[in-house]
Design a binder for this molecule. Structure first.
Ligand code: ADE
Ligand code: ZN
Length: 331
């Protein structure tokens, strides 16, 4: 099984590039930018990565990204992530970035996006990994702030495939951003939203029926409502599940409680992703391994998860078919 997990071509559909900032790189970028960080060593920083909920993680995640300031920083961050992807045989990535986490610190939108795109293009050349970029809005901020960010993105719209919604879920339902997401749809952008990670099934309902999302990030709590499950299956929506993230943030009691097996059993197109791998203890291969072991999934289920990752991507139908054939051709 370990060999199959390594050999499976995979797409990663739920990854926050800022969440791939490893402590070693964080320290070296901080030194380069002459920024003091409140931890004495890489080990001490890693020790701080113990969370009892989403908000505790987010506080450390926003603190961590403060070291990122120059185009080179964003390039190095993205290049390091793609090198990890290559080692796990990831063939396609659809990554989020959080512009508001940078622009609110006076780092310009252009600096951030130029560095990330240069890193993605470098990764495509070096490793043959194709990519889509998804601009994510911070839901703890106002819809007006989101509109200001969309304005900054205007010159870059041809480089963006979609938009997302992340950060503190509870108290910030999808409906808060209905006008913003409608405007993004008008501009031809795909719509993704984190929903049902910590927030109630009602938030997943809003994402599907009020926003008409193209993809749901996490979606765990949809499993509490049979009507939602039926709607997700009927609409063929993909859920980007993040098993090690769910474990680290206590969204589930342990990997054995991951909803992935139940989702597959219900006919939902579930996928496996790493979310913020520098903080949650593993990249995509480790997430596949965790569900294979924790849920005792067989080879057919592991292949199905990899197939779902391409089927649920924003790739062309031809590219999807090529990747899926390569999976089906594996023994
Ligand atoms: N931002 C980065 N990771 C996130 C997560 N798992 N949930 C919500 N917002 C996030
Ligand atoms: Zn996420």
């Amino acid at each position: 099984m370990d060999d199959l997990i390594r050999d499976l071509p995979k797409a990663e559909l739920h990854l926050h590039i800022e969440g791939s900032l490893e402590p070693e790189l964080l320290f070296s970028i901080a030194a380069r930018n002459k920024i003091d960080i409140p931890y004495a060593s890489v080990e001490e920083l890693r020790q701080a990565y113990r969370f009892s909920n989403l908000q505790e993680f987010l506080d450390i995640y926003y603190q961590g990204m403060n070291v990122l300031q120059t185009e080179e920083d964003y390039f190095d961050l993205t290049a390091a992530y793609l090198a990890r992807c290559a080692a796990d045989n990831v063939r396609h990535v659809e990554i989020f970035f959080d512009p508001q986490g940078h622009t609110e610190r006076e780092v310009s939108f252009d600096t951030v996006i130029k560095g990330i795109i240069a890193g993605l293009e470098d990764g495509e050349k070096r490793h043959g990994i194709t990519w889509c970029l998804i601009m994510s809005f911070l839901r703890h901020l106002s819809e007006e702030d989101g509109f200001a960010t969309l304005k900054q993105a205007e010159p870059w719209l041809d480089r963006l495939t979609g938009v997302g919604l992340d950060s503190s879920e509870t108290g910030h339902p999808p409906a808060k951003f209905a006008k913003l997401f409608a405007a993004c749809r008008e501009k031809g952008l795909k719509l993704c939203m984190h929903a049902g990670e910590e927030g109630p099934p009602e938030y997943v309902h809003q994402a599907i029926f009020d926003i008409a999302v193209d993809r749901i990030d996490h979606g765990n709590r949809a499993m509490e409502d049979p009507e939602l499950i039926a709607a997700i299956v009927e609409k063929g929506l993909t859920l980007t599940v993040c098993p090690l993230s769910n474990t680290a943030l206590k969204v589930i009691d342990g990997i054995e409680s991951s909803p992935v097996a139940e989702m597959l059993g219900a006919g939902i197109s579930a996928t496996i992703n790493s979310d913020d791998p520098a903080y949650f203890g593993g990249y995509i291969g480790a997430n596949y391994q965790a569900v294979a072991d924790g849920l005792k999934l067989d080879r057919a289920a592991m292949k199905q998860l990899a197939i779902n990752s391409f089927a649920g991507s924003f790739l062309s139908e031809d590219a999807k078919a090529d990747h899926i054939k390569a999976i089906n051709d594996l023994p």
